[in-house]
Design a protein around this ligand. Structure first.
Ligand SMILES: Cc1ncc(COP(=O)(O)O)c(C=O)c1O
Length: 436
C-alpha cells in the first residue's frame, strides 16, 4: 500500500478519507471530485504556526495561496494567524472577501498591473514583493496618488538551480522573476527605492523553485543572501530588516520522493540568517517563509469514476476516467508523477499495470503512467489519485467544456462542499450576444 497521507487509510476493501468512505463521497457529490482533508490542512498550518511563527521572534509564515485558493482556505489561514502570499488582484479579492487581514497579505508577481497595484493599495495591502524596475515606478506613482506608503521586499535571484522541473525552477540566472544579483542590478533597484517617496525598503526575497528536496539549496541561497545583506550595508548603511526565504518545500507524490523535514529546513534557514546578524551585532531581521504545496498538496485526493478500459496488447492498458488535464494539468505540464488506488477495491493486491488517462482530446492527457492496480479494475469503479491538493484546482480549466469539479472538505468523519461543482449554465455564464 502506498498512501502518502496519514488521514487516508484502507479498511477492508475501502479507502477512507478522514474517516469518510471515499466511495460514499463519490456517491454523494459525484465525480470527478476534489476531496481535501481539512484535518491535514489544519495540521500543516499548525506546524507553520507552532514550529515557525511561535518559535522564532519576528517570524511570519505565509501560505502561498496560488497552490489552492478559495474562501475556505483563506478563512483557515486567518484562523491560524499566518499570512498569505497572493499573486494577483483576483487572489487578493477572494482573501479579502474571506475577511483576511490585509496587513498580512504579501503581494507578489512579475508583472503586477497598474490596476492591480491600485486595487491592492486602496484595499490596505501595503506589503509588496517587488520584482522589477517598472514596478518600482508604478508603485511609487500609484502609492503617491493614493497617499499611502508601500513596504517593499525585493525579489532577488540568488543564482541557484533547484526544483522538481525546469518550469518550477526560479532561482537561477535565466528566469523571468526578480532582480538579477549580477552587475549591481538589485543594488540599483534598492537605490531607486531608497530615493523614492512612497516606498519603504525593508528587505529581500528569494524563491529558488518548487518541489525542492535539497536542503543545501536553501542553505546556500541564504548564505548568498547574507552576502547581499552585507553589500547593502556597505553601500547604503542600511541593515536589511526583513528576509523572505520563499517556499518550495517538496512533498511526497510517490514512494521515490523524500521530503525534507519542515523544522530542519526552517532551522537551517534561521541558523544562517541569525548567525550572520549576531556576528555583526545587528538586530535580527523579521524572517518570512511562503510554502504552498507543503500546506495543501498531500491533503488532496481526487476521486474519479472509471470508464473505458482499453488494452493494447504488448503496449499498455489505458484506464480512462471522467476527468483529466482539465482538473489536473500537472502530469501534462511537468511530467508529474502520481500515485492512486481503486478506492472501492483498495484492499486487493495490485497485479496489473495501467495508465490512467483523462477524457480530454489530447494524447498528453494522462494523469498517471504505469501504475499498479488491482486486476479487477472495471468501469464504474472509483479511482482515487493522491496528493492533488496543490496546483490542481487552481490550475483547472474548462477545456473541452468540462465543468470544474466540486471541492469537498472532510474532517473527523464529516464532509462539506466548499466549492460547488460547475453546471452547464456556468459554462456559458460569461457568453453574451451583442449586435455590431
Ligand atoms: C514566489 C513564490 N513563493 C512561494 C511559492 C510556493 O511554492 P510551493 O507551493 O512549491 O511551496 C511559489 C510557487 O510558485 C512562488 O513562486
Amino acid at each position: 500500500m502506498v498512501l502518502q497521507t496519514s488521514f487516508a487509510e484502507i479498511r477492508g476493501n475501502d479507502l477512507y478519507i478522514d474517516n469518510v468512505k471515499a466511495s460514499d463521497l463519490a456517491k454523494k457529490y459525484g465525480t470527478p471530485l476534489y476531496v481535501m482533508s481539512e484535518g491535514h490542512i489544519r495540521h500543516q498550518m499548525n506546524e507553520l504556526k507552532e514550529k515557525f511563527m511561535d518559535k522564532y521572534d519576528k517570524a511570519l509564515p505565509l501560505f502561498a495561496s496560488k497552490s489552492f485558493s478559495c474562501l475556505a482556505i483563506y478563512k483557515l489561514a486567518q484562523e491560524y494567524g499566518i499570512g498569505i502570499d497572493c499573486v494577483s488582484a483576483g487572489e487578493i479579492s477572494i482573501a479579502l472577501k474571506a475577511g483576511f487581514d490585509p496587513k498580512k497579505i504579501y503581494f507578489h508577481g512579475n508583472n503586477k498591473l497598474p490596476s492591480e497595484i491600485e486595487y491592492a493599495i486602496s484595499h490596505g495591502i501595503n506589503h509588496f514583493v517587488i520584482d522589477n524596475f517598472n514596478e518600482i515606478d508604478l508603485v511609487e506613482k500609484i502609492a503617491g496618488e493614493l497617499n499611502e506608503k508601500v513596504y517593499a521586499t525585493l525579489r532577488v535571484v540568488p543564482g541557484i538551480k533547484a526544483g522538481g522541473h525546469n518550469f518550477i525552477q526560479t532561482g537561477h540566472k535565466d528566469t523571468k522573476f526578480g532582480f538579477s544579483s549580477h552587475f549591481g542590478i538589485y543594488l540599483k533597484a534598492i537605490e531607486q527605492i531608497v530615493n523614492s517617496e512612497n516606498i519603504v525598503f525593508e528587505g529581500l526575497h528569494a524563491h529558488i523553485g518548487s518541489q525542492v528536496f535539497d536542503l543545501y539549496a536553501y542553505i546556500s541561497a541564504m548564505q548568498k543572501f547574507m552576502g547581499f545583506v552585507d553589500e547593502i550595508y556597505d553601500k547604503f548603511g542600511i541593515v536589511v530588516s526583513k528576509v523572505n526565504a520563499g517556499g518550495g518545500y517538496g512533498i511526497a507524490y510517490n514512494k521515490k520522493d523524500e521530503p525534507l523535514d519542515f523544522e530542519t529546513i526552517t532551522s537551517e534557514i534561521m541558523k544562517v540568517i541569525n548567525g550572520h546578524y549576531d556576528e555583526r551585532g545587528w538586530d535580527r531581521p523579521a524572517v518570512l517563509i511562503e510554502p504552498g504545496r507543503y500546506v495543501v498538496g498531500n491533503a488532496g485526493i481526487t476521486l474519479y469514476t472509471v470508464g473505458t478500459i482499453k488494452e493494447i496488447p504488448d503496449v499498455r492498458t489505458y484506464v480512462s476516467i471522467d476527468g483529466g488535464m482539465s482538473d489536473n494539468i500537472r502530469t501534462a505540464l511537468y511530467d508529474a508523477e502520481y500515485d492512486g488506488i481503486v478506492a472501492n477495491k483498495a484492499g486487493e493486491t495490485k497485479t496489473k499495470t495501467v495508465t490512467i488517462a483523462g477524457k480530454c482530446c489530447e494524447s498528453g492527457d494522462i494523469i498517471a503512467k504505469d501504475l499498479p492496480v488491482t486486476a479487477n479494475i472495471e468501469a464504474g469503479d472509483i479511482f482515487a489519485v493522491f496528493s492533488t491538493g496543490a496546483y490542481n484546482y487552481t490550475m483547472s480549466s474548462n477545456y473541452n467544456q468540462l465543468p470544474k469539479p466540486a471541492v469537498v472538505f472532510t474532517y473527523e468523519g464529516k464532509s462539506k462542499t466548499v466549492v460547488r461543482r460547475q453546471t452547464f449554465e456556468d459554462l456559458i455564464a460569461y457568453d453574451v450576444e451583442e449586435n455590431y
